[in-house]
Design a protein. Sequence first.
Length: 261
Amino acid sequence: MRVVIQNDYQKMSVWAARHIAEAINARNGKRFVLGLPTGSSPLGTYKELIRMCKNKEVSFANVVTFNMDEYVGLPRDHEQSYWHFMWSNFFDHIDIKKENVHILNGMAPDLEEECANYEKQMREVGGIDLFLGGIGVDGHMAFNEPFSSLASRTRVKTLTYDTKVVNSRFFDYDIANVPSTALTVGVQTVTDAREVMILINGHNKARALQAAIEGGVSQSWTCSAIQLHPNAIVVCDEPACGEIKVDTYRYFCDIEQNERL
């Protein structure tokens, strides 16, 4: 596992965006399959990627995307749907082809079929090259809440009370308006990607970062599954490092310093 520690959220976001752009550019115009999250953590990364695209430093013309999750019961035009989030914050501002964007449909008549088809679509394009993700304060990736199976695939998932409380800030702080279920890729879906990059920022996620890189692999912290991935990167800011050991911090800083030499 590689852990990249940056001074602040802005530098963390720029580092992540440039890593993604380099991976896309390395394909020399051939198809690149990118998994993407919603939430506040990736917004800075999306902003930097938009800037890079407009400056012609990277193109998404041959990029295929699969999003991590979507609420059940919210139409696409709902301002809190993840379809709306992605187009408003990212896709509308880059040169991606609409037919290359894949987002789960939380209004599908058969949700189980929708999830199975999503996995099929990922297989048909050859799998995910790089899955970008964020995590919650309890260490969940996508909507794989604590004690989700580490072998899980795309499915319908019931959201915990804590997750609904956190997400209520997007619903006028009224938890009753937060959907109780969502469609989400599974932990195994994420870790099947050839590369996984997880963004962790803020002091409130310090325990999650500690569990992800120092704790044992456990269903109670689904983010810990990335420890088993052969090509995983955690990109974090200084405030998120408050719970890791000093020696752990120094080790990863030393490794990254040597990478730059």
